[in-house]
Design a protein around this ligand. Sequence first.
Ligand code: SF4
Length: 463
Amino acid sequence: MASRKQELTTAEWVKVFGQAAAIGMLHVHLTGGEPLLRTDIVELVAAARANNLYSNLITSGVGLNEQKLSALVNAGLDHIQLSFQDSRAEGASAIAGVNALSKKIDAARLICETTLAFTVNVVVHRKNIDRLEELIAFAQELGPQRIEIANVQYYGWAMENRDLLLPSREQLEQSLETLKRVTSGAKAPHNDTVNAGLKACATQEQEISGSDEEITSAAKAGNDSRGIGTAEAVPYQSKDGDSTVEAVPCQSEGKITSGAKAPSNGVVNAGLKACATQEREISGSEKEMTSATRERRQDAAETAGETPALEETLAAAHIQFVTPDYYGKFPKPCMGGWGRRLMLIDPAGRAMPCHAAAVIPDIQFENVRERSLKSIWEESAAFQMFRGTEWLQEPCKSCPKQTQDFGGCRCQAFLLTGDASATDPVCSLSPQRSRVDDVLQIINAVKETPPPQTQFSYRTNPQ
Ligand code: SF4
């Protein structure tokens, strides 16, 4: 976390966006903290558009009014993700530390009156996952094109509160049954519960993560000649006054590369190589799913007790369900691989391969104030450290899945084992899987749901 006075200025962010576009990045995710706390957020969106970057605002919705939204749309914003902690004020307040649910719902209504692509994210955990059907109906009624139901992942402050948040296995299995029932036979993103807000959004362009559709016509207009790229970094700012980083995706195939000119510099080359073997991540239609992606998803589904059939019904309903890593059989390909397709620039300008990388000690993350994105991406020790597969230890070193998951999440490996280069202990093949199983044993031994814990530990303001 950084204090407000340490944050990059508008001019510095604009420079970063220009450098990002120059090396072939396509997306900028403005996340947080809370990006709307940046008083220059409209200027930043305009800078993203000026550089032909697809812009995604990931926001709580608090602070979003008609005037601000209109300014963002006019500046060229492409997509908004609105995050909810619960469908009920009490549950939402318990996580957020403030009662903001009605403001978020108002924000959703405003978004549905625009032409923006719209995703609703609902965070689920031990205390609300038993109301999954209610949460899905709530999200649908907000009228998005896409819904993300995401179990908490255990980094940062979630790690601090893990025992309160991690669902029991019984809860997880029940939630999967609920998903099957609720999404069975789904043909469209919404069901009959959808309200007028849905109609307002019905003609909007669908947001399909990672697919060609994610690159809007505006983005395509500027990026077609560039070919490929990575995504990019974006500023965010929390109510605590700090800003943060974001990620970078890349497109390995499809319309965006059609007729692409050769990359003009090394960073783009690196990005191309990084992307060359990737498959598109498809949240939308099954037809776009490559065999490798299908296999990976089936692994994840198997891990969580899901079935391929469930996965397909979720895709048909435009719902993405993120299971807790700890119940997985294999780890996720975190960020698509370290230093492979994403750069996160934190509020103070540090460039990192993911949002949580700063938890790993003794890594020197370079700052965009002192070095170009191109140089950082290509040459910095931090981005080289776990890039590719050369660094892998056994059992990853000889595992056929190494090019799918890259040994899992480096931050999770560090947090659970103290060794950032270890096999992610979520993997059933890891010699340290017992560290995860021990946690699950304790969690599942607790009969009460939620467990009889004390209180959440909340993030504190930076000084
Ligand atoms: S051993 Fe390593 S590469 Fe193989 S599945 Fe587990 S984490 Fe992935």
